[in-house]
Ligand binder design. Sequence first.
Ligand code: SF4
Length: 76
Amino acid sequence: MVIITLQRAKCIGCNYCVELAPAQFQMSKKDGKSVLLHSEEKKGFFTIKSKDESIFEDNMNAKNACPVKIIDVKQV
Ligand code: SF4
């Protein structure tokens, strides 16, 4: 299982996560912040849990590229 979390309010809209993991991240045209697709929100943290382990590497790259460190990726 791969768990991805985005602390969305702090996003500066740099687009790196969208470039590196386009299957999970998309830019919002409304507020210019990244959207974690199909995620659930709880107290400002958006989370998805996926059984598709193949998404791990792309999302780790997004995590490492994010300049404000608001993406977390775990494999459990
Ligand atoms: S890499 Fe981080 S700051 Fe940049 S768009 Fe994605 S979530 Fe926002």
